[in-house]
Ligand binder design. Structure first.
Ligand SMILES: [Zn+2]
Length: 171
């Protein structure tokens, strides 16, 4: 599995609209999505979660204009919120950050999904994971990479996030 930690795509590589004319159209992107998901057997590259619904793509180099298949990998909705930490922590307020844990980030996602599907409340999951010292989100990759992200049971502000996460908890 690929190493998982809270981060976000870099905008510094953004080449600007004038050089983006070769970007694929929406149809090409959905074809690319299907091709990469099939290649990865619909398994999340970060936690191993298998699902033929709601999986998404991650740009490995953080450059969302680099649509080479070698730069794309499959992620589940939980890992996607961690790899897009501003979305998870700020926009949706659904991801919390901690300084320490008994488990690595990949395991945290696996255990959270399992315990939530068993109906365990967040407090029990946090205690089991040994998540300690909650800290605020900062738009700083160096700061984020050593932290542990916890996807809470809080319902996101956008229905799609909520629905995609709930799908995973029913598996
Ligand atoms: Zn995952």
């Amino acid at each position: 599995m690929k190493k998982l930690y809270p981060t976000f795509s870099s905008s510094s590589k953004y080449r600007g609209p004038s050089q983006n004319t070769s970007r694929p159209t929406g149809t090409d992107l959905s074809t690319l999505l299907t091709e990469v998901l099939k290649r990865d057997n619909y398994d999340c590259s970060y936690c191993g979660f298998h699902a033929e619904e709601w999986q998404t793509l991650i740009y490995l180099d953080g450059d969302s204009t680099n649509n080479a298949k070698s730069n794309l990998t499959t992620a589940c909705p939980m890992c996607n919120l961690i790899l897009n930490a501003p979305l998870g922590c700020k926009v949706e307020s659904i991801v919390e950050l901690y300084e320490s844990s008994r488990y690595n980030q990949n395991k945290i996602v696996q255990i959270t999904r399992k315990m939530r599907s068993q109906g365990k409340p967040d407090a029990d999951i946090i205690r089991f994971l040994g998540l300690k010292d909650k800290v605020p989100f900062k738009m700083n990759k160096e700061y984020l990479k050593d932290l542990f992200a916890f996807v809470t049971s809080w319902k996101g502000s956008w229905g799609g996030v909520e629905e995609s996460l709930a799908f995973g908890y029913k598996q």
